[in-house]
Design a protein around this ligand. Structure first.
Ligand code: ARG
Length: 273
């Protein structure tokens, strides 16, 4: 995670960002701190990357890479405004001992790549390119399911899909299917069909819950960290036996990001058995 000490909205690269609207950096930090503290209270380990001045979107660390088995696939941002973040994340991964792969293709990390069981769900349409889907598949040697986003409000895959069971998967010795929640209307028809076939038990969230970034959530398989405004999704999660944990990041939504955007998963190298 990255404390939003330099958070503001000074440019527009998604429909949520309106530089004319005032932002409150202290409020962003305070809201972010609640998410950070809650992760720790619930037993998660959190590493921090130093925020850099002039890079107001660096708080959205999900875009800083995609990591499986101790290998970090670095980002290559679509817009020049965020390109300066790349070297900070690359330096951090290297210093932390991750094998770091520098990409050729435009990709925005875990914003557009989600590990669901053993497959990588990969988004395109606004940010990461289709070529990056091939590249990420080559880097990790895994099946990649390409999905096309069509609604500009949901410009990253992690705004339209939430992986609910991140730790299952044959690779971890568990079942090979993770369940997901998603917003059907964020995808083109072909992608909707793929999702319906692959995830017949998925939670389909309402447009109202999607529109408040309900799906931009993090899960440890039991606790699901979601926006308090996504009340329908909260009820759906409870019905399925998950424990919704409500965290309000309204200030960070002014930049077009939420809980998941502020969280990059560091999947360590598996111990060999
Ligand atoms: N302002 C940032 C951008 O447009 C927000 C990124 C949100 N991140 C995410 N993983 N969805 O790039």
């Amino acid at each position: 995670m990255c404390r939003p000490e330099h958070f503001t909205v000074s440019y527009t690269i998604n429909p949520w960002m309106e530089p004319a609207k005032p932002t409150d950096t202290a409020k962003a930090v305070a809201q972010w701190q609640v998410l950070y503290d809650t992760y720790l209270q619930l037993g998660h380990q959190v590493e921090l990357i130093d925020p850099a001045e002039g890079l107001p979107d660096m708080v959205y660390t999900a875009n800083g890479g995609f990591i499986i088995d101790g290998i970090a696939y670095a980002p290559k941002f679509r817009f020049a405004e965020r390109a300066g973040e790349e070297r900070h994340f690359i330096d951090w991964f290297r210093a932390a001992g991750f094998e770091t792969v520098i990409p050729e293709e435009v990709n925005e990390g875990e914003g557009d790549f989600l590990l669901a069981g053993d497959v990588i769900l990969a988004g395109t349409g606004f940010r990461s390119t289709g070529d990056s889907h091939r590249e990420v598949g080559d880097v990790f040697g895994r099946e990649v399911v390409s999905l096309t986003l069509t609604d500009p409000r949901f410009y990253h895959l992690d705004t339209a899909i939430s992986v609910l069971d991140p730790v299952v998967g044959a690779a971890q010795g568990g079942p090979d299917a993770a369940n997901i929640a998603y917003l059907p209307g964020a995808f083109d028809e072909a992608s909707q069909q793929i999702l319906a076939e692959r995830f017949p038990d998925a939670i389909r969230v309402s447009d109202a819950d999607g529109a408040v970034f309900g799906l931009n959530s993090a899960s440890d398989g039991y606790n699901v960290f979601i926006s308090p405004r996504a009340t329908g999704f909260e009820a759906q999660l409870r019905e399925r036996g998950y424990n919704p944990v409500l965290i309000d990041l309204s200030e960070l939504l002014l930049g077009g990001g939420g809980i998941k955007c502020c969280t990059l998963e560091l999947r360590a190298k598996r111990e060999s058995v």
